[in-house]
Design a protein around this ligand. Structure first.
Ligand code: MD3
Ligand code: FE
Length: 208
């Protein structure tokens, strides 16, 4: 006898990993990142269509996209030209605790979703390193997260991600298509003005 696993292979789902106090501390930490590296509106490659999610980064490298340059990692903020601020020690600690990876992340993408923002189904493959896991931290309002297979047409499963949840995408899940279908407004009191923050910690370069 065998049955299909209820969580896709290679996906570590840790609901409620961060308690309220730790979530509040992280929000303060992210506020200081955003104070030096402001959220901005990224553009889709080629069309220049604005994304609904606003973004910034911390770490040696940050993920950016615009009409002319497309998806890429770079060392500086696309609006201010300044280097990204360092990844706060608190986030490195979470990475050490959950990633199972020996090396530290080089990039932390900060996604901010307002009530109407969403993220279409996509694969994360702009990293040279597609072996290291990605660690995702959710803060603020809940969302409906969807994850499929390695082909766009593969069947998908949906999960509600709540504030304080951590997802580790490794192994067979690292190249799965995934996206955020919707935000559930006013489902958390963590962010005074509402919305959802997602942090993704990543290794970008090859392991040395
Ligand atoms: C599955 N962010 O930034 S996090 C992204 O909630 C991104 O903001 C979403 O997709 C968000 O690229 C989803 C969960 C996540 C992150 C990376 C993945 C799922 C993943 C990489 C591979 C497979
Ligand atoms: Fe992604």
């Amino acid at each position: 006898m065998s049955k299909a696993p209820s969580v896709p292979e290679g996906l570590g789902f840790f609901p409620g990993y961060l308690d309220r106090r730790e979530q509040e501390r992280l929000v303060e930490t992210i506020r200081s990142v955003v104070a030096s590296a402001p959220l901005y509106t990224p553009e889709m490659p080629r069309t220049g269509k604005p994304m609904s999610v606003r973004m910034t980064n911390c770490g040696a490298l940050g993920w950016v996209t615009d009409r002319d340059g497309g998806y890429r990692y770079q060392k500086t903020h696309p609006r201010t030209g300044a280097p990204w601020p360092p990844i706060p020690e608190r986030l490195l600690g979470i990475w050490r605790d959950v990633s199972g990876d020996e090396q530290l992340p080089e990039a932390c993408l900060v996604n901010f979703y307002d009530d109407d923002a969403r993220m279409g189904l996509h694969q994360d493959k702009d990293e040279q390193n597609l072996v290291a896991p990605v660690v995702s931290i959710s803060l603020g309002d809940a969302c409906l997260f969807r994850i499929g297979g390695t082909e766009r047409k593969d069947p998908t499963k949906s999960f509600r991600l709540e504030s304080g949840d951590i997802v580790v995408l490794g192994g067979a899940s690292r190249l799965r298509f995934h996206g955020v279908d919707r935000i559930y407004p006013s489902t958390s009191t963590l962010l005074k003005n509402g919305g959802r923050i997602n942090l993704t910690l990543r290794r970008v370069g090859l392991n040395t």
